[in-house]
Design a binder for this molecule. Sequence first.
Ligand code: DX5
Ligand code: ZN
Length: 219
Amino acid sequence: MQISPSILAADMTDLKAVLGQMDPAVVDFIHLDVMDGHFVPAISFGEVYSGLIQKHTSIPLDVHLMVSRPDLQVPRYFDLKPANITFHIEATDFPIRMAQLIRAQGIRAGVAINPGTPISALEPVLHEIDLVLVMSVEPGFYGQAFIETTYQRVQTLRDLIGERNIVIEADGGINAGNIGGLASSGVRMVVAGSYCFQGDGVNERVQTLKSAAGAPAGH
Ligand code: DX5
Ligand code: ZN
């Protein structure tokens, strides 16, 4: 299981220190939650701030664009050379073109899907994408409760993906208690915000999540 801590839940006034604490040998990705105040009510940060983050870490970036115009925003992240750029299926009528643009940059193309959108909406784009981000909360805030229907949705998605080489990532309300069930449903990468940045250090929290993902699951 790969872990992508969301820095939205960290102390963003002291991000240089937060990034300095994150061990590249432990933390697989840094999740960047970009919110535009339109696709979701909140505004977080954009490509300028993301560029500053990149300067202070060697950990690959996992960009999650919660924006209503991915056609305008996606290209603004190309210079950062993130590992993944993920846009929402609900936000564009041209997901295939969007994914092709991202892949042409040598960046993995991800599509995110809200809890209220049928998994079948992804079927037409699966041939052009590298990653699906299954939202396990409604997007917009960190610290929300995990939605239990996610396990079934991941299994449905796994069946739809079949033999294709596509990573399933889950995002929202994930902790040591539910990561095992996600792992056995087919999730290979998780985002964790509050869990990673509360209590003991972020590296320890990531290690705990990885061990819990490998432990026998309740689902
Ligand atoms: C929700 C964001 C998530 C969130 C995760 O809109 O996309 O990435 O920051 O935070 P937790 O793990 O606290 O739900
Ligand atoms: Zn996210």
